[in-house]
Design a protein around this ligand. Sequence first.
Ligand code: TYM
Length: 340
Amino acid sequence: MNPSKKVVLSAVQPTNSAHIGNYLGAIKNWIPYLELYDCLFFAVDLHSITVNQDPTELRENTYRSIATYMACGIDPAKATLFVQSQVPAHAELAWVLTCNSSMGELSRMTQYKDKSQRHGTHIPTGLFTYPVLMAADILLYGTHLVPVGEDQKQHLELARDLAERMNHRYPKDSAGVESPLFQIPEPMIAKVGARVMSLQDPALKMSKSDPSPGACVFLNDSDKEIEKKFKRAVTDSGTEVPAENPSPGIQNLIQIQASFLEEPFEKVHSRYIGKQYGYLKVDTASVAVEKIRPIRTEIDKILNDRDYLTKVIRKGQETAAARAEKVRNEVYKRIGFIGQ
Ligand code: TYM
């Protein structure tokens, strides 16, 4: 760790394989930080058990998450890659923050409102307190910047509120000197790709748990599967791409292509004005296939070298745990625990 560098931190839930929303909205945007910042990226397995997980799949998907980060270009020599449950301070700080959060502010979280609806009367408590655990993830490392997709913005606001509240409640360090306990984190949200929509219903965010086949393009989909999903993407009843106000389905395809190619939305849009939707679908599929293929191959290669992957995770755990414990100890002292 270099204290003069800003801290960048982000994470993905190890459920299923990552999809192109996770890649374009988050993982791809982590790469520019690697050279200049102090980066931590991890698999949030504690978060993923807010809904039922098959243990074997969870374990495999956790390895897959870290392999995915590496395959997408996150060099473990330049960032700390780790698994959340291997660093106990996440759960420990989450409890402290839970006691400093209110039912009211957690009930306002739109992701909770959406997700809890799927659970009828038996809503897992973890789904409710989940954003507090996410705040703990962020605040434990003195994080400055959090590159995430649009859907995490509200959770980031909660993390900021909790940081400010704790700083106000516990302004002095254990030696009695005034110093802020937590850094106030900033969300970093990409201009294009921050909200990739379902290919089957462009009113819905692309999501791993979408039961509709073809709604979601995964990074482990084959070339054929990717092509098929884009070809069948739901658009609207029109036939040609308009110059003004393309429908949400068309906008989504343009956005996906623009984000993969790192081009402005308008530039990609201008190539298709007046052309049949089919051209946009075929080209977007082919861009996605070309970008995803090397990532998919690399993920498989890394997963097959389990010794190497385990070493990366072990090293990440050591680094992250040492850093997180220091912050947790400071929190424990400030709130009046007798400490370690
Ligand atoms: P998760 O696992 O749902 O998503 C991981 C990242 O992918 C982004 N994302 C999307 N971006 C664009 N379009 C989409 N359709 C799309 N779907 C997902 C998310 O915004 C996110 O950046 N709570 C977090 C994980 C987390 C975390 C953290 C993130 C836990 N602790 C600390 C940052 C910092 C989550 O469930 O992400």
